[in-house]
Design a protein around this ligand. Structure first.
Ligand code: APR
Length: 310
C-alpha cells in the first residue's frame, strides 16, 4: 500500500512542499485548500502530476477542497494560515491563525485519526502547541517544522563562508522559531570540525545573526510574502524520515514536558524521527550561556502563546 500525505493549504508553502515530496516518491499526495479557492488546488495538483513523466516520478497527486479526499492519511502537513500583514500585531495573527488551525485540526482528526501532523503555520511554536491541544493526539504525533529550515539556512551561510559543499556542513538551531532562536555554534561543524575552529569569531557571530534573521531576509527581498522553497524542502525531509522510519535526528518543534527545563510548550529541540513520529527527544548537554539563550527564546514563545484564547 502506498503512503498518503495530505497537505492542507495549497498556497506557496503547501504547493512547494507537494513538489519536493512528489519528487521523493514516498507516497501519494492530496493538496487541500478552502472552498473559496475553488479549483485552484486541483489545478496545482494536475500541474505537478504532469511534471511526473519529465522527472520520472509515479506519485499520484490530487487537489481538493473536500476533507473526504484526505481520509486515512499517514501524514498531514498543515500550511494553512494567514501571513502577518503590515500593521498587524503578533496577537492579531495568533487570533486569525488560531481559528484556521482549529478548523483544520478538527477536520483532520475526524478524517485521518491515525495521522502524524506536521505544523508549518506561523507563529510556529504556538500553532504547533495549539494543534496538539485541539487534536488531543499524543505529543509524538504532532511536530512543528522550524529547526530543519533554520539549520539549513545556517548551513548555507557556513558553506558560502568556507567555500565548501553544503553536504560537509552540519548545524543545530534550537529554540523558538523567531529572532531569539539559538544557533548552537559548538555543535555546528564542517566535516566534523566545529566552525569556531574554522573561521574568526566575528564571522561566526555574523552567521548566527544572519540565521536568526533568515526568514525576515527573504520577506524583505520578496516583498509580497515569505519563504517557501526551503520551508517546503525542510518538510519533505521530515516526511521522508518518518515514512522511511529512518530514525533521523533533526531539530523540530516538540512538546516539552520538562526536557531542557521547559514544560507545557512547543519548542525547537533535537528529536529522533521515525515511523511513530517523534520517537525520542534528544537531550544534549548545554553550557550555562546556551541554556540561558534557550530560556530567553522560551520566554518569547510563551509571550506569543499567551495570545491564544481557549
Ligand atoms: N483551511 C485550509 N486552507 C486554508 C484555510 C483553512 N481554514 N485558511 C487559509 N487557507 C489557505 C489559503 O487559502 C492559502 O491558499 O492557506 C494557504 C496559505 O498560503 P499562502 O497565503 O500562499 O501562504 P504561504 O506562503 O504558503 O505560508 C503559509 O506557512 O511558513 C508559514 O508563515 C507561513 O503561516 C504561513 C504558512
Amino acid at each position: 500500500m502506498r503512503n498518503k500525505i495530505s497537505i492542507i493549504g495549497a498556497g506557496f508553502v503547501g504547493s512547494t512542499t507537494a513538489h519536493w515530496v512528489a519528487e521523493k516518491e514516498i507516497g501519494d499526495i492530496v493538496l487541500l485548500d478552502i472552498p473559496a479557492t475553488d479549483t485552484m488546488p486541483k489545478g496545482k495538483a494536475l500541474d505537478l502530476l504532469e511534471a511526473g513523466p519529465v522527472l520520472g516520478y509515479d506519485t499520484h497527486i490530487v487537489g481538493t477542497t473536500d476533507y473526504k479526499d484526505t481520509a486515512d492519511s499517514d501524514i498531514v502537513v498543515i500550511t494553512a494560515g494567514l501571513p502577518r500583514k503590515p500593521g498587524m500585531t503578533r496577537e492579531d495573527l495568533v487570533g486569525k491563525n488560531q481559528a484556521i488551525i482549529t478548523d483544520v485540526v478538527n477536520n483532520v482528526v475526524k478524517t485521518s485519526p491515525n495521522a502524524i501532523l506536521i505544523v508549518v503555520t506561523n507563529p510556529l511554536d504556538t500553532m504547533a502547541y495549539l494543534a496538539h491541544k485541539v487534536s488531543g493526539l499524543p505529543r509524538h504525533r504532532v511536530i512543528g517544522q522550524a529547526g530543519v529550515l533554520d539549520s539549513a539556512r545556517m548551513r548555507t551561510f557556513i558553506a558560502q563562508e568556507l567555500n565548501v559543499s553544503v553536504q560537509n556542513t552540519h548545524a543545530f538551531v534550537l529554540g523558538g522559531h523567531g529572532d531569539e532562536m539559538v544557533p548552537l555554534v559548538r555543535y555546528s561543524t564542517v566535516a566534523g570540525v566545529p566552525i569556531t575552529e574554522l573561521m574568526p569569531a566575528d564571522r561566526v557571530t555574523a552567521i548566527v545573526d544572519r540565521t536568526r534573521k533568515g526568514g525576515g531576509e527573504i520577506v524583505n527581498l520578496l516583498k509580497t510574502g515569505s519563504a517557501y522553497f526551503a520551508p517546503g524542502a525542510a518538510v519533505a525531509e521530515m516526511v521522508e524520515a518518518i515514512l522511511k522510519d529512518r530514525k533521523l535526528i533533526l531539530p523540530c518543534a516538540a512538546y516539552l514536558d520538562g526536557e531542557y527545563g521547559l514544560k507545557d510548550m512547543y519548542f525547537g529541540v533535537p528529536v529522533k524521527l521515525g515511523r511513530d513520529g517523534i520517537e525520542e527527544i534528544v537531550q544534549i548537554k548545554l553550557l550555562p550561556d546556551e541554556q540561558e539563550m534557550l530560556n530567553k527564546s522560551a520566554e518569547l514563545v510563551r509571550g506569543t502563546m499567551s495570545a491564544l484564547k481557549f
